[in-house]
Design a binder for this molecule. Structure first.
Ligand SMILES: Nc1nc2c(c(=O)[nH]1)N[C@H]1C(S)=C(S)[C@@H](COP(=O)(O)OP(=O)(O)OC[C@H]3O[C@@H](n4cnc5c(N)ncnc54)[C@H](O)[C@@H]3O)O[C@H]1N2
Ligand code: MOO
Length: 405
């Protein structure tokens, strides 16, 4: 058989080799409007330009006054107007209280705020006093800078931005954010069965799958389908795709069959083999080639194998290159099944996690193996089973959720 799998590497070695190639891209930044920054990776630290709150402000709708003055005035203090958020305050004189709404600045001279419903306003005298007990000095005042002060690091470089960071940056009037330029990835499927007029035509599900997965991880993806087993046609597409992108992802044509041309064509184009085949299931044929710092991830054609390789190799590589500082969040639960992995092989098993009230219960799903596409929609996580670490019912194990997090 051509290009047989003679030097398979194990999973940890393969991942290490891949990540060692991940030169950081976080220096390649572009500015985008804040409203377009959702899901992007921050390319720089962002520091606060002002304190939050910017001044002492009221936490309640009510009255602001000097605590000592109120304590010494049984009939209360005369109310002079009301300030709302957005107003500048006026100085409070001796014997005065001021109506104040939540968020408005505390007037100089006041050191206490009480909620309106805890106070009584005498319409005759226009004086206000506590209905019951006087609040403590300083009550209901949000202090200038109590949340953060100017210069505080709000966002660290490498942070994947989402709605929370957008709110924080908007609160500082940030209009533009420096984010990491997306990686341009060319995804190339190949195989004669992908031609619509093939005698036994098959639909291409891998390029839409990979395009969606990679795009949701922040890449800019273009897809190509070489619907033949012709090496020259494949060479032409791979050559141009590689030239016009930051990295290449192929799917199919990487095993040992007579029409599996991807490895030879990439070698002819000058690429060197980082590794050929990994001791994983599914996904054994995964091969990675490199040329001038650009990688070609050659994924197997079987959809389940292609998906697993993308999840456990491609996405970690992408995160590392994009400078995403955060590892995906795994969840732990109790397994309710047994599984003995094949010797020397790391298995990636689709599982279903459901809450049993106390934690997650992890169940195995029936699957027909590497070609299985429906199981990925029934599963919600992937369980890694290393050789010599069989799954025993009742164990606590960590799983990788299948939606990107
Ligand atoms: N003699 C051996 N045969 C095979 C081996 C082996 O070690 N020795 N490995 C098997 C394993 S494991 C896998 S996985 C497959 C992978 O083969 P390829 O990557 O070369 O993929 P193809 O042969 O092109 O296709 C396999 C299968 O996947 C379907 N496919 C291909 N492309 C797509 C696509 N874009 N969308 C949806 N489905 C696709 C294709 O129709 C085939 O059914 O090799 C085993 N063989
Ligand atoms: O690796 Mo293949 O993915 O098992 O069929």
């Amino acid at each position: 058989m051509r290009n047989s799998f003679t030097g398979l590497v194990d999973y940890p070695t393969a991942l290490q080799l891949v990540l060692a190639c991940a030169g950081k891209r976080s220096d390649q930044a572009e500015n985008v409007p804040l409203s377009h920054s959702n899901g992007r990776i921050a390319a720089q630290d962002v520091l606060a330009v002002s304190d939050r709150p910017v001044a002492d402000i009221s936490a309640m709708d009510g009255y602001a006054f000097a605590h000592s003055a109120m304590a010494a005035a049984p009939a209360g203090l005369r109310v002079v107007g009301q300030k709302v958020a957005g107003d500048m305050p006026s100085v409070l004189k001796m014997g005065e209280a001021q109506g104040i709404l939540t968020g408005a600045r505390i007037p100089p001279g006041a050191d206490c705020v009480m909620a309106g419903e805890r106070m009584q306003l005498d319409p005759q005298t226009e004086c206000v006093r506590p209905l019951h007990a006087l609040a403590e000095q300083g009550a209901n005042i949000r202090r200038k800078g109590e949340e953060f002060t100017r210069g505080t690091c709000l966002i660290r470089r490498g942070q994947a931005l989402d709605w929370r960071h957008i709110a924080l940056l908007a609160s500082q009037n940030v209009q533009q954010v420096a984010v990491v330029r997306p990686l341009r990835i060319a995804v190339v499927a190949n195989g004669a069965e992908l031609a619509a007029d093939a005698p036994d035509a098959r639909a291409d599900s891998n390029t839409p799958m990979l395009a969606a997965l990679l795009a949701s991880a922040g890449a800019e993806v273009e897809t190509h389908v070489v619907s033949s087993d012709d090496a020259d046609q494949l060479r032409a597409v791979l050559c141009s795709a590689w030239e016009h992108s930051d990295m290449l992802v192929t799917t199919g044509g990487i095993s040992v069959g007579d029409t599996d041309n991807v490895l030879d064509v990439l070698k002819e184009l000058g690429a060197g083999v980082l590794f050929r085949g990994v001791k994983i299931r599914p996904g054994k044929p995964l091969s990675i080639l490199e040329q001038d710092g650009k990688l070609a991830f050659c994924l197997p054609g079987n959809p389940g194998a292609s998906a697993v390789c993308a999840l456990v190799f491609l996405l970690p590589y992408l995160r590392s290159v994009m400078g995403d500082a955060h590892a995906p969040v795994l969840i732990s639960g109790t397994v309710d099944f047994e599984l003995v992995p094949a010797c020397d092989t790391t298995h990636f098993v689709p599982v279903f996690c459901q809450s049993d009230g106390l934690g997650w219960r992890i169940s195995l799903l029936p699957t027909v193996g590497a070609s299985d596409i429906i199981v990925l929609t029934r599963a919600n996580a992937l369980l890694r089973v290393d050789p010599h670490a069989p799954v025993i019912a009742g164990q606590t194990r960590w799983v990788l959720p299948l939606h990107i997090n």
